[in-house]
Write a protein that binds this ligand. Structure first.
Ligand SMILES: Nc1ncnc2c1ncn2[C@@H]1O[C@H](COP(=O)(O)OP(=O)(O)OP(=O)(O)O)[C@@H](O)[C@H]1O
Ligand SMILES: [Mg+2]
Length: 233
């Protein structure tokens, strides 16, 4: 569970200060699915970075399972990210010189998983997203939708508690977008994930259980048809 209180983020560049987040209060329960929407520059990616423990707020607290992320040491933050949080980006962010299977394995390296076990788990994760036949392909030899499936496998192979996605369908055509969204929705339910997704797409936003609209660094929550995935681990 996340509990954000007064989360503020400012970026300073020379004399200029950008107020990216201006005092966000937000509770996200385990198993929630939250879609974040809002105009460009509104602070969506900044908020996702805070939730993903990739960066710290300038002020305020971000409790994750009762621990304030803003106060954790760098080592503890790294461990938290490696074990509990999976992240997917619009541009997939795969390593071009590694095969699909090796890309997925990178998520298990920080946990000290043995190489043979890493290979097995990565193959299993790729099979579960329909890529069992593409284990040894490089990202450049895969379609956009397939690359995003590899990125999803990499985010989920460690069985995280939270899945964060920053415009995961932004680089895909409409048909592939719908496939990836259906896949993510299925995985959310299957794994009991807390799933938080940024999108520009108002079609997706309309059908989201909870919608967080961010404008000028401030958030408004709308519970549209709140559902919680059954928590299975
Ligand atoms: N590293 C940074 N240094 C300085 N300013 C930044 C930095 N990252 C973001 N900003 C600024 O913070 C504000 C919020 O940016 P953010 O990336 O969170 O927006 P966004 O809602 O994700 O937009 P988009 O829809 O275009 O992705 C913007 O005004 C942006 O210019
Ligand atoms: Mg963004």
């Amino acid at each position: 569970m996340y509990k954000l209180s007064g989360v503020t983020k400012q970026y300073s560049r020379g004399k200029e200060t950008v107020h990216a987040l201006r005092g966000i209060d937000l509770v996200i329960e385990d198993g929630d699915q939250v879609v974040i929407q809002g105009p460009t520059g509104g602070g969506k990616s900044t908020l996702l970075q805070m939730l993903g423990a990739l960066d710290r707020p300038t002020a305020g607290s971000i409790e994750f399972d009762g621990v304030d992320i803003a106060k954790l040491s760098e080592t503890k933050l790294t461990r938290l990210r490696a074990e509990k949080i999976g992240i997917i980006f619009q541009s997939f962010n795969l390593i071009p010189t590694l095969t699909a299977q090796e890309n997925v394995e990178t998520a298990l390296a920080p946990m000290g998983t043995k190489p043979a076990e890493r290979r097995r788990l990565a193959a299993e994760a790729l099979e579960s997203v329909g890529l069992g036949e593409r284990l040894h392909h490089l990202p450049g030899e895969l379609s956009g939708g397939q690359q995003q499936r590899v990125a999803i496998s990499r985010a989920l192979v460690k069985k995280p508690k939270v899945l964060l996605a920053d415009e995961p369908t932004g680089a895909l055509d409409e048909g592939t977008r719908d496939e990836i969204l259906a896949l993510l929705d299925g995985l959310w339910k299957e794994y009991g994930l807390t799933f938080i997704m940024v999108t520009h797409d108002s079609h997706i936003a309309k059908s989201a259980p909870r919608l967080a609209t961010i404008k000028a660094g401030q958030v408004t929550i709308t519970d549209q048809a709140r559902q919680t995935a059954p928590v299975s681990y």
